[in-house]
Design a protein around this ligand. Sequence first.
Ligand SMILES: *Cc1c(COP(=O)(O)O)cnc(C)c1O
Length: 467
Amino acid sequence: MLTEKQKEALRALPAVSTILQLPEVKKLIESSPLNLVSDIISKTIEIEREKILQSDTPTVLSLSTILEKISHQYKRLTTPHLRSVVNGTGVILHTNLGRAKLSNESILAAQLAATDYTNLEYTLSTGKRGSRYDHVEDLLVQLTGAEAALVVNNNASAVILILKEMAQGKEVIVSRGQLVEIGGSFRVSEIMAQSGAHLMEVGTTNKTHRYDYERAITDQTGLLMKVHTSNFKIIGFTKEVCLKTLVEIGKEHQIPVYEDLGSGVLYDFKKHGIGNEPTVQETVKAGADLVSFSGDKLLGGPQAGIIVGKKKWIDRLKKNQLTRSLRVDKMTLAALEATLRHYLLEEAQDKIPTLKMILMKEKIIEEKSEKLYSMLKPVIAEQFEMKIIDGFSEIGGGSMPDVQLLTKLISIKPKHIPVHRFEEALRITSPHIIGRISDEQFFLDVRTIEPKEFDLIVEKIQWIAKN
Ligand SMILES: *Cc1c(COP(=O)(O)O)cnc(C)c1O
């Protein structure tokens, strides 16, 4: 039985045909598909009807409220959902904000691959069918010193492919200290189960010795795997078996050795005193049969999973049926090729945004902070306390977690509204500006903000100050 209030609310709901006759809606239909508009109208009314039936004391909606809901839904569907944001967090490879920004050359290459027909799988010299993997294999071989290379959709899929081809139905020996979880969705142990390989954990969380591996080897062992634990650090009383030793063990027992590097570093940050990441080149040189890493972490390219190693194994991976399902897109390949060429020409540190942000000189950061401060000062003098303070940027993306890069933060403290309201106002409407809150202050790290974005920040904060 319906309550009186429910009956009243139902009676107040307009018919689709009534709404279609409203002047605002008629105007909308002139410039957009009738089907879309009437579908949104009927769905909105249906949702409201359901709400009325669920509540004994529903609100009686006015026509204008319903129109607002319709208009809101229309806007939601017809404006881009993926938006640009200004990254003021200081986290360079922010996974939630899309990780690496591409170089101009990579963007142009991706655009060309999207716009034109290309020789993606076509050999120009013979006019015959070619392979999409040829476009980057030579570059990867040249850069890493490996015999061969293959690129798939992302590093997680590279891991699955390798485990499946090399160790399906066999045992894979991994140190317990390396059974990492990356971003909540990628667990080495689960990937292992999915690929049909059996995980053989050895050692303890903090210590694994050479003899732990040697004792675990049986005629069922298919692979020795090392996972580069770049996204967490066990500090203190620890022991890991280094790749060189693992390679020795592998040779002795004729078992291939694979290292999942996570973040693939082709540029040696160590020489600037930043972090302690092994480069891909060093890992290949140490004798790993296969190495895999991400395209969009420290490499600074598009999302991809890059596999390099011995030709014998790469050839097998190329033939695996799964490789077809993990196939990398043409725009990605184009962007990756351009990114890799920056390394080849030794211009990566000047062209690739990720590298530029990591290596940004303190003086440049200081100048940027002073510039943004001076632009903000006149527009927000009254309502905010603002200062420049020292802070740290993070590399992010699970890469080099122990590295803290000295930076400058613009600290803003609103005097009349709570800081979280200020943060919300900056974030929710366009231009979307993302920063961080701590100690009742809002912080913008200038390292990850481009000078061309300063105007957006100034206009937005000016707008907030006025509203
Ligand atoms: C990030 C990471 C992955 C997953 O790489 P994606 O390219 O994000 O799929 C796998 N292994 C390790 C060790 C990682 O750090």
